[in-house]
Design a protein around this ligand. Structure first.
Ligand code: HDD
Length: 751
């Protein structure tokens, strides 16, 4: 009988949707679904299911795809049914007593449908509500077993599946992508020894030093409670009131007012684990570590005017960018690097490594690259995957451990707790995107929405009736906490070095290029202009006076105020002075992907030089850029050689901010475009946002009409304003591509 049960599907209708999971487990096994990635096995290189959604089949291993197949559902070719599998004959009409009569209470089909609809929404995340995610893998470069027994770092070439979610912090689920904000950078590694969540941000420090202050911080930045404004913005009184009373936030404020807070793309942001973590090797020896993600695409940001306009032009700008890049096979990659240092080294530093408002400068502890992450598959379903994914800082694996950073210690509690209310109970780990690839066996039972069907009578340990299973893994293979010796008083308070709030804020500011410094000052000016309470503005200026007199002066000028006396320092200890750290400038990581995925508008109108447009289009495409023919209206434009071109998007629907660069064409089209205010705005904004402009022949006339200066303010040539006068188109196109790879030309910035 048991043999037959093992061979037969438990329910003949289920295998189509649930695969092996629906089979009766063989005697002695558990009801856990079998997975293609048993411990120690090599990840499969193929996708097991033919029921894939929209994602690009991964050329690399992506073993998360296999396990999710058991729950992937595709209605193609199927009958419509109720949730009980009853076929539905009519999905248009409710059951009525007479065609013009009342609806019958017994219409179970209507009631099931409406009831389910009524409960479609779950609470959004209290922070980081707005996000986008993708599947991929992490590939180790080298064997790191000398410092950690974490299995994902155990051998070069080893691949571990990941699911990575990027997010803004303050905005609600439907808010815009390009607001000024910190970005979340959360990675779930499905390792063969359990899930590890590295829940970081795109900035390496945080606003506060102690989890006790997190609800206050979030209450201050969220929309003000009386009128629920502003949405997704820190530019209001309560936020600046709070942070100006919390000088420890100064360092983070400088990051938040920098261009890091308006990334060009999720693909062009760094990521940081923020806290100091511990690595532990098989012998039980431990070192400290900080985690850094560096994008191979380079670190690029928007400019503020562009970011603000993008809020209207495309609120899904970052979501679309990530989706399209993956969909087109341009899989974004990040290198993971560790800063590894011993506890003794840490004691010699001028700052406390347990303080999350401090970085460990790269000049002090260099980065050790340990692997790369490739995101190669879009989710099939936003809700099932991106919305229901639950990251928890408590999810660590053997070989990785916490430090005593008081912010991290509080987070260990918060994430598990919040998922229980967000996802409706303690079984959220069974939601497919959250369930580990490593087998799960324990004696936790029941609860809302339990999926696993645990067999047998034993749900306790120790037991003899279940043969003692599941048994403790033991010290060698099981997770053990690092046995740190502590002999201290139980107190509320901070270590002494936590009181230095300004040294590293100064380090950050002094390490920025002049352009980045100007952007920081402008961001402070903008945010504080929105603040209505003069005393709050003044307190922020008094804080900045402790960072840099030029910064404080520039911001004060912008507000029509004088710089007040600096805020009193919280410590008598002399501030530590650092050499500038070039690694802190966004410009230090231009990236390796050239013009790939950069969007280029080719303006077209009747009379355009068709051969020239086609040649430029083809050449950009060959180098991986994304050219688009942008015109005044959809349809065809007539080219000067008697042919036609299809307009792909209009100037109205595809305004300048959606493009990284523009090509202004030659021919009579210039006169036509010159009559359209959208076209004039387009080139003006490309210029204002410091983007590369290729002007072919008579195209210069359009720029002139738009008032775009032909040279830089000092009269020298603008390197990103490339004309064809006196030169061949090929040379101009090469110069244009170089400028495009360089992203922006800030030399012309006038904002
Ligand atoms: Fe947090 C979400 C990152 C401090 C409490 N946090 C959340 C997410 C990211 C971060 C990326 C979204 C994860 C996702 O995509 O689902 N948070 C950070 C970083 C911090 C930080 C880098 C400081 C170094 N957070 C922090 C503290 C607390 C929380 C101090 C509470 C004591 N964070 C939460 C939360 C969230 C969250 C309330 C909301 C939704 C969720 O957890 O899943 O528990």
């Amino acid at each position: 009988g048991q043999q037959l049960a093992a061979a037969m599907p438990f329910n003949p209708n289920k295998p189509a949707e649930y695969g092996d999971a629906s089979r009766t487990p063989p005697a002695g096994a558990t009801a856990e679904p079998s997975t293609p990635l048993a411990t120690g096995s090599t990840p499969t290189e193929t996708i097991a299911s033919d029921k894939l959604g929209s994602g690009v089949p991964a050329p690399g291993a992506n073993p998360t795809v296999g396990p999710l197949d058991r729950v992937r559902v595709d209605g193609g070719g199927q009958r419509l049914t109720t949730n009980q599998g009853v076929p539905i004959a009519d999905n248009q009409h409710s059951l009525k007593i007479g065609l013009r009569g009342p609806t019958a209470m017994e219409d179970f089909i209507l009631r099931e449908k409406i009831t389910h609809f009524d409960h479609e929404r779950i609470p959004e995340r209290v922070v980081h509500a707005r996000g986008s995610a993708a599947h991929g893998y992490f590939e180790a470069y080298q064997d790191m077993s000398a410092v950690t027994r974490a299995s994902l770092f155990s051998q070069p070439g080893k691949r571990t599946p990941v699911f990575t979610r990027f997010s803004t912090v303050a905005g609600e689920r439907g808010s815009s992508d390009t607001v000024r904000d910190v970005r979340g950078f959360a990675v779930k590694f499905y390792t063969d020894e359990g899930n590890w969540d590295l829940v970081g941000n795109n900035m390496p420090v945080f606003f506060i030093q102690d989890a006790m202050k997190f609800p206050d911080l979030v209450h201050s930045v969220k929309p003000e409670p009386h009128h629920a404004m502003p949405q997704a913005s820190s530019a209001h009184d309560t936020f600046w009131d709070f942070v100006s009373l919390m000088p420890e936030s100064t360092h983070m404020l400088l990051w938040q007012m920098s261009d890091r807070a308006i990334p060009r793309s999720y693909r062009t942001m760094q990521g940081f684990g923020v806290h100091t973590f511990r690595l532990v090797n098989a012998a039980g020896a431990s070192v400290f570590c900080k985690f850094h993600w560096t994008p191979l695409q380079g670190t690029h940001s928007l400019v503020w005017d562009e970011a603000a306009k993008l809020v209207g032009a495309d609120p899904d700008y970052h979501r679309r960018d990530l989706w399209e890049a993956i969909d087109s096979g341009n899989f974004p990659e990040w290198e993971l690097a560790l800063q590894i240092f011993t506890e003794e080294q840490a004691e010699s530093f001028a700052f406390d490594v347990l303080d999350p408002t401090k970085i460990v400068p790269e000049e002090l502890v260099p980065l050790t690259p340990v692997g790369k992450m490739v995101l190669n598959r879009n989710p099939d379903n936003f809700f099932a995957e991106t919305e229901q994914v639950a990251f928890c800082t408590a999810h660590i694996v053997p070989g990785i451990d916490f430090s005593n950073d008081p912010l991290l210690q509080g987070r260990i509690h918060s994430y598990l707790d919040t998922q229980i209310s967000r996802l409706g109970g303690a079984n959220f780990h069974e939601i497919p995107v959250n369930s580990p690839i490593a087998p799960v066996h324990n004696n936790q039972r029941d609860g809302m929405h339990r999926q696993a069907i645990h067999r047998g009578r034993v749900s306790y340990e120790p037991n003899s009736l279940g043969g003692g299973c599941p048994f403790q893994a033991g010290m060698k293979s099981g997770f053990t906490s690092f046995p740190q010796t502590i002999s201290e008083d139980k107190v509320r308070g901070n270590p002494e070095l936590f009181a230095d709030h300004y040294s590293q804020a100064r380090l950050f500011f002094n390490s920025q290029s002049p352009v980045e410094q100007a952007h920081i000052a402008a961001a402070f000016r903008f945010e504080l202009t929105r603040v209505q309470t003069p005393a709050v503005r003044e307190r922020v200026l008094a804080t900045l006076a402790n960072v840099n007199p030029v910064l404080a002066g520039t911001v004060a000028d912008g507000l029509g105020m004088d710089v007040p006396a600096p805020l009193p320092l919280a410590t008598d200890r002399p501030m530590h002075e650092y050499e500038p750290s070039p690694a802190l400038s966004l410009l230090s990581r231009p990236g390796e992907t050239g013009i790939r995925t950069r969007k280029v508008a080719l303006l077209v109108a009747n009379g355009v030089d068709g051969a020239m447009v086609r040649a430029i289009y083809r050449s950009l495409l060959e180098d991986g850029a994304v050219p688009r023919l942008v015109g005044s209206q959809l349809g065809k434009v007539k080219t000067s050689d008697g042919g036609t071109l299809d307009v792909e998007i209009t100037l109205e629907a595809g305004p300048s901010v959606l493009y990284d660069a523009v090509v202004v064409p030659d021919g009579d089209a210039v006169t036509v475009l010159g009559r359209d205010a959208h076209a004039l705005d387009f080139v003006r904004e490309q210029y204002r946002h410091c983007k590369p402009i290729l002007v072919v022949g008579a195209g210069a006339g359009l720029l002139k009409k738009a008032g775009v200066p032909p040279a830089l303010p000092d009269g020298s040539a603008d390197p990103a304003l490339i004309g064809t006068e006196g030169g061949a188109l090929t040379a101009a196109l090469t110069a244009f591509k170089t400028a495009l790879a360089g992203h922006r030309s800030f030399a012309r910035e006038t904002d």
